[in-house]
Design a protein around this ligand. Structure first.
Ligand SMILES: *Cc1c(COP(=O)(O)O)cnc(C)c1O
Length: 373
């Protein structure tokens, strides 16, 4: 069987779980475009790029670190941080777990509920990529029940009752942008009552806060809500998110999470943002929602645009008249150092591009480049 011409397997690949050897890691906006690139930090002004590909905020607050007690381990769950988030979301701190981004929440949920090579999660594509990546990493199965007109297919979901342990709903959806109808979320929770946890990913809920489902925790024990400081709070670099659930779920996830998941500097900055900067966050949200509305209205009037998806988040998804037009526009922007996200490989999203709402200046530049095209 030996083949002298083949590159020998590294010891890592030889010993690895076989399914990981050829696995492709999550293609984050950063991995796709930032490798070896210093222009993001402004080291080379001529090469400075406009980043509208990762749904980050364009402006930030001001922070100072005390770095006191940095010689000590932090609390497992820093009290000041839990108190601050508890005030913000109106839930008791026993129902909150702080994590390294919402992404860690996704991973903890899968590792806590799914036995490797036995249990499955359910996703509703087009949706956020990390649910499937985390499931694959852990050896959990993935059952897909695609969205229909950007809403849940409840009849198809009903057929999966008993087949899955965790159902991931993204609302507002990424990359689609729209909120799921409340009665559909309720119907899904009801369908899986007693058989699966229903996770509602609210990474973008600050852009439509009246739609939050946190009150459902009082009535249903199979609900988990994911939150993050990466989007509306403009703290993607901090890596801080929250999992909201009833106490038995939080107790379970606490057994699986690392012993000191939140570093002291992260706890300090996040607590400050949640205490002093709520008004700043709300002003940012208002500005984004305003820019998004005008960008959406403009996009639909363009000759190369065939569809603009409704959005309740800090980005807009639109469809180009053809795959060739999509490629042309994307490459035109890249050539001008303006990065947006190609979503055209996702199910149902042929010829679709996603624009994160940056500053007014950045969106103006994007419109100028595309108008001239
Ligand atoms: C950005 C995003 C996340 C991850 O957020 P982090 O807190 O930065 O890990 C989770 N879910 C959705 C839908 C997202 O868009």
């Amino acid at each position: 069987m030996s083949n002298n011409n083949a590159t020998p397997l590294s010891i890592a690949d030889k010993l690895a779980r076989p399914e990981l050897v050829d696995m492709v890691p999550y293609q984050s906006a950063r991995r796709l475009f930032a490798s070896g690139d210093t222009s993001q930090t402004g080291n080379n002004a001529a090469e400075q790029k406009i980043w509208l590909n990762a749904n980050e905020a364009s402006g930030r607050g001001e922070y100072q670190l005390s770095a006191e007690n940095i010689n000590r381990y932090p609390d497992f769950q820093p009290t000041s941080l839990l108190n601050a988030y508890s005030n913000y979301c109106n839930l008791a701190k026993e129902k909150i777990l702080a994590t390294r981004g919402a992404d860690e929440g996704i991973e903890l949920i899968i590792r806590s509920f799914c036995r490797a090579y036995q249990d499955s999660i359910l996703i509703c594509p087009p949706t956020y990529g990390m649910y499937a990546i985390s499931a694959e990493n852990h050896g959990a199965g993935i059952i897909s029940v695609p969205l229909v007109n950007n809403t849940l297919n409840l009849a198809a979901l009903a057929e999966q009752v008993g087949q899955v342990k965790v159902v991931f709903l993204c609302s507002p959806g990424n990359p689609t942008g729209n909120i799921l109808p409340r009665e559909q979320i309720l119907a899904a929770i009801d369908l899986f009552l007693g058989s699966a946890m229903v996770v509602i990913d609210e990474a973008y809920i600050e852009f439509c806060p009246e739609q939050s489902t946190t009150k459902l925790l009082a009535d249903f024990d199979n609900v988990i809500i994911l939150r993050t400081l990466s989007k509306a709070f403009a703290l993607a670099g901090l890596r801080c998110g929250f999992t909201l659930a009833n106490e038995p779920v939080i107790t379970l996830l606490s057994k699986v999470i690392a012993p000191y998941p939140i570093s002291a500097p992260v706890a300090e900055l996040a607590s400050k943002a949640l205490t002093d900067d709520i008004a700043l966050m709300k002003a940012r949200v208002e500005q984004v929602n305003h820019l998004r509305a005008s960008l959406s209205a403009w996009l639909i009037t363009q000759p190369w645009c065939s569809e603009v998806f409704a959005s309740d988040a800090n980005f807009v998804l639109f469809r180009c008249t053809s795959q060739a037009e999509k490629t042309r526009l994307f490459e035109l922007l890249v050539a001008n150092n303006l990065l947006i996200r190609d979503q055209s490989k996702q199910a149902q999203l042929e010829s679709c591009l996603r624009i994160s709402i940056g500053s007014e200046h950045e969106i103006n530049q994007l419109q100028q480049l595309l108008s001239a095209s």
